[in-house]
Design a protein around this ligand. Structure first.
Ligand SMILES: N[C@@H](CCC(=O)N[C@@H](CS)C(=O)NCC(=O)O)C(=O)O
Length: 172
């Protein structure tokens, strides 16, 4: 039975899952959820995800929501196919810790501010809703400060996790 992806094309969290499915060459069936119609808040979808948000997958009866958890699940389940090295082997505890740190940084330091900017400046504008310019400007300032820290790290190494440019493993 092919994996089912319940998602919305304009949703960045949905695209995150679609990207992993593509990288891991996993065939899937797309089930569109119409956010404008608030289908995600209807009883059928709330049974899948009580938070009423996309994406959601159904993999042979195993249901899962939260895009990052889904991404990790797909990367682990389909480890033998598609793009390799998305997640380090758990036996390499240092590489795993560094991967987890990069993942935490994305969620805690980047996503909150970046998504606020996109919601205010892109989605609200597209939907004809009022834009909270003050909130957008605050998020831009916050994100700029975070990007300075990213710059410091990435001026010394190629990626936040994974390949290290210098030979000092402590700086990974
Ligand atoms: N942390 C969740 C966020 C999911 C999320 O924010 N989904 C948005 C679309 S990108 C959504 O369903 N919005 C509709 C709503 O909240 O009613 C994830 O990564 O899956």
């Amino acid at each position: 039975m092919v994996l089912k992806l319940y998602a919305a094309p304009a949703s960045t969290a949905s695209l995150r899952v679609a990207l992993i499915l593509h990288e891991k060459e996993v065939p899937f069936e797309f089930h569109p959820i119409y956010l404008r119609n608030r289908e995600q808040k209807g009883p059928d979808f709330l049974e899948k995800n009580p938070f009423g948000q996309v994406p959601y997958i159904d993999d042979e009866g195993f249901g899962l929501y939260e895009s990052r958890a889904i991404g990790r699940y797909i990367a682990l389940k389909y480890a033998g196919q598609g793009t390799q090295g998305l997640i380090p082997p758990q036996t390499d505890v240092q590489a795993t810790a560094i991967f987890e740190r990069a993942a935490s940084l994305e969620y805690a330091q980047f996503e909150a501010h970046a998504s606020k900017i996109v919601y205010e400046r892109v989605f609200h504008t597209a939907m004809g809703l009022s834009v909270d310019e003050e909130a957008a400007k605050y998020a831009i300032d916050q994100l700029s400060a975070k990007l300075d820290a990213y710059e410091t790290i990435l001026s010394k190494q190629a990626y936040l996790a994974g390949e290290v440019r210098d030979t000092d493993s402590n700086s990974r």
